[in-house]
Design a protein around this ligand. Sequence first.
Ligand code: NDP
Length: 336
Amino acid sequence: NTRILLASRPVGEPTHDNFSIETAPVPTPGDGEVLLRTIYLSLDPYMRGRMNDAKSYAAPQPLGEVMQGGTVAEVVESNDPSLSPGDFVLSYHGWQAYAVLPAKYVRKLDPAHAPISTAVGVLGMPGFTAYAGLLQIGKPQPGETVVVAAAAGPVGSAVGQIAKIKGARAVGIAGGAEKVAWLTELGFDVALDHRSPTFKADLKAAVPDGIDVYFENVGGHVWDAVLPRLNTYARVPVCGLVASYNATELPAGPDRSPYLMTSILTKSITMRGFIQDEFVKAHYKDFQNDAAGWIASGELRHREDIVAGLENAPEAFFGLLTGKNFGKLLVQVGDD
Ligand code: NDP
């Protein structure tokens, strides 16, 4: 069994030294347990936060243990009546080729319903994050302008498309011409490249009526360009700040918090952070129904970026934090 462990905690950008790869015997399932063979490992930006030894909404990833993460797997052996060999499941057993888990910790997937990889993408946690954050906090109204960054990723691409479904205007921000072209294909009204030297002016031109909802995925220079364009009563679901996940110090320059606070006050802006879990109980069922319908009607499309081989997971993960991925980043660990 190949496993990737957290060997040391990164300072700034993670490196190969922070991981170790080991080979261990394939474990044997006990009563009520299943042996799983990993097919897809989901790589997600939150993993960078878990690598730090800092107090957060979730406990840090322990050193010397298998890196945590969402997985799609096949049941190889089952000691529980609820699952049989050959079944596909959504699991959370991390960066390893095989794992043993209590059957109650995994969810059976129906490959006839949707491709199994979507369980960690458009029909899973990232899709739900977009759905819940946009609809519960952003609350886009018909005709309003919604802006989202990291718009070619699984969260951002769903945010823009759901905004369109709700009758809003969608402006997507992404890095590079290819991603921008894809957003236009998806039906975003405007797509912008945040790496362009004219980005600030491009954003201004793209939102002649200002911004009513800004779905925050990145922070950094994108947020600096967005803040002056927010309208009175704008809503800002704060979902992620990937631009600063590798940061070791505050950005240079003057303290901008007085400008931020004054904007919030004088424009009656609502900013609300969230972790998607808080909405699961009340909204997950609706999400599953709505998303399945929108996928069937072609209104919600997605894209996957699949990297072959578990040993390539660290390198792929570094790229996720700098925009090298194009679509939901998955590692193909075993054949599907
Ligand atoms: P993505 O696949 O979109 O990957 C992150 C993207 O961020 C990169 O591809 C890159 O895209 C962009 N990016 C990285 N650095 C910068 C930068 N300095 N400036 C601008 N853009 C940058 O990831 P996800 O869709 O999985 O996640 C999107 C966000 O949602 C993340 O912040 C994540 O942490 C957050 N999240 C939050 C959850 C919650 O419960 N609150 C749950 C799930 C995700 P590009 O090339 O376009 O710049």
